[in-house]
Design a protein. Structure first.
Length: 267
């Protein structure tokens, strides 16, 4: 019986991680399934050709991780993502490296973002294992595009109309406005922000908070622990005289005003 020691006192190996592979390209699905199934601690329990099938497979098979493509006919990956993240860990695995898409996938709860061609088989396997443990992975293009957008350099990287944010229907997701219209303006001038007295690292983390990222996602992006992120956030809130992420973001982006720490100035 699983979990019981054998007569020689050795614990049995743990159950393999259960994975769902979602990609509209059958060749890609077959390749990923063969690769992952070749590892003793991984098992592909289902394949899916779009976001709806991925959601249904997740309900049916309760996987530990879903590998999810972005662009798929019917229900695309970003539309399916908010429905999947309450159920399991989701790792984006796609050819789409546009900054808006990377940012939105992480904002919607993806545990990582891998761009095809930027990882080895062993790195993919590690990312799958770590996704289940809550340790996100970003390949170089994804990390670079995310940081570029947060610095205000990637706003025109992708038109992106109609890909994400739609409703579930038989006809697929409904159209939505360009994601660039929904992103916070993180390009506020350094001179405006300097009044808060944040260090360079604190300013970087505050930009990530303003973008909607969770502590876990910030930790992965900055290559620090979640505990360190929390320590930074506590200091940031103290300097911004804020008690919540929303209040801190409003002040950081210049959408609210209050007196500065020295009794004057524009917040």
């Amino acid at each position: 019986m699983t979990g019981e020691p054998n007569p020689f006192g050795e614990a049995p190996p743990p159950d393999p991680l259960r994975v769902v592979v979602a990609d509209d390209n059958p060749v890609v699905r077959a390749g990923l399934t063969a690769l992952l199934s070749g590892r003793e601690d991984l098992e592909v329990v289902a394949e899916a050709a779009d976001g709806r099938e991925a959601y249904e497979a997740t309900l049916a098979h309760t996987p530990d991780v879903v590998l999810l493509d972005v662009r798929m006919p019917g229900v695309d990956g970003l539309t399916a993502l908010p429905h999947l993240v309450p159920l399991t860990a989701v790792l984006m695995l796609t050819y789409s490296g546009e900054s808006d898409i990377v940012h939105e996938a992480l904002r919607r709860g993806a545990n990582g973002y891998l761009v095809h061609g930027e990882f080895t088989p062993d790195e993919l396997v590690t990312a799958v294992r770590d996704a289940r443990r809550g340790r996100p992975h970003l390949t170089p293009t994804a990390a670079g595009r995310l940081l570029a957008q947060l610095r205000g350099e990637g706003a025109a990287d992708s038109a992106f109309d109609g890909l994400a944010g739609g409703s579930w229907s038989d006809a697929g997701p409904t159209s939505t406005k360009n994601l660039s219209q929904l992103q916070p303006d993180v390009a506020q001038s350094v001179s405006d922000k300097s009044a808060y007295g944040l260090s360079a690292r604190e300013a970087e983390i505050m930009d990530l908070i303003a973008s909607g990222m969770s502590n876990q996602q910030i930790a992965a992006t900055c290559f620090i622990s979640e505990k360190t992120v929390k320590n930074h956030i506590n200091r940031i809130f103290a300097k911004l005289h804020s008690t919540s992420r929303a209040e801190a973001t409003a002040k950081w982006l210049g959408t609210s005003r209050s007196s500065a720490r020295d009794g004057g100035g524009r917040w």
